[in-house]
Design a protein around this ligand. Structure first.
Ligand code: PLP
Length: 230
């Protein structure tokens, strides 16, 4: 099969599986958004899924993303929404604030402050998810559960970013049971925040290997790369 047709078939398969997983647990298939993680994909592969209606793409490295974002913009394919999902270095926040609409991996105040300061007020606020650390591993990215409320409260004065929800990523070594628990705890945290007066609508959870579990546990946005673009 030609590589473009292969990507298109894989994309359609993923979309069907997301819808089926939602329906199987009594959810509306429209409630789970598919974020196509294009970090390993070239412009042609991205274009192939845009042709099938995909509008939301995620990248994890600024230097890799920018040429693709620019190339696709010059093709005038309609609105494409770019999501940043990778580790954030302070010296990259300006490019992220300029070229992306969402950032899923905010876990330090300094980064949040820079993103807000560097986001142009002429653009809509940058949508933010706080990345939650789901293991007690100090080496891992993310804000510990115990610190999430305080962290979110500190974001409120930052006017050019808009907190939308939480992101989590279980360790590659996690068992199925641990993955369920990590997603369930993250959902519980979102509910706790909403009980405190937040209006958060986004749980960014689930990748190629675990998006079915994430959907069962309430994910509203799955980040799928390999299953689409392998
Ligand atoms: C690469 C990546 C994904 C997608 O992972 P796949 O297993 O390829 O679907 C999701 N989230 C983040 C943060 C990533 O870096």
């Amino acid at each position: 099969m030609d590589p473009i047709e292969k990507v298109q078939a894989q994309y359609q398969q993923v979309r069907r599986e997301i819808a089926d997983a939602a329906i199987a647990c009594g959810r509306d298939s429209e409630d789970v958004m598919c974020l196509a993680v294009s970090k390993t994909a070239d412009v042609d592969a991205i274009h192939a899924v845009i042709q099938l209606g995909q509008k939301d793409f995620a990248e994890n490295r600024v230097q890799v993303a920018l040429p693709k974002i620019q190339a696709l913009a010059s093709m005038h394919l309609g609105d494409i929404t770019w999501h940043f999902i990778g580790p954030i270095q302070s010296n990259k926040t300006e490019d992220i604030a300029k070229h992306f609409s969402w950032v899923h991996s905010v876990d330090r105040m300094k980064v949040a402050e820079r993103l807000s300061a560097q986001r142009s007020p002429s653009l809509p606020p940058l949508n933010i998810c706080v990345q939650v650390k789901v293991e007690n591993d100090p080496e891992r990215q993310g804000v510990a559960f115990a610190d999430i409320i305080h962290f979110c409260d500190q974001l409120s004065p930052l006017t050019n970013i808009k907190l939308r929800g939480l992101m989590c990523m279980p360790a590659a070594s996690a068992s199925e049971e641990e993955i369920h628990q990590a997603f369930a705890k993250t959902k519980q945290m979102l509910e706790t925040l909403n009980q405190k007066g937040y209006h958060l609508d986004t749980l960014s959870m689930g990748m190629s290997g675990d998006y079915q579990i994430a959907i069962q546990e309430g994910s509203t946005m799955v980040r799928v790369g390999t299953a689409i673009f392998k």
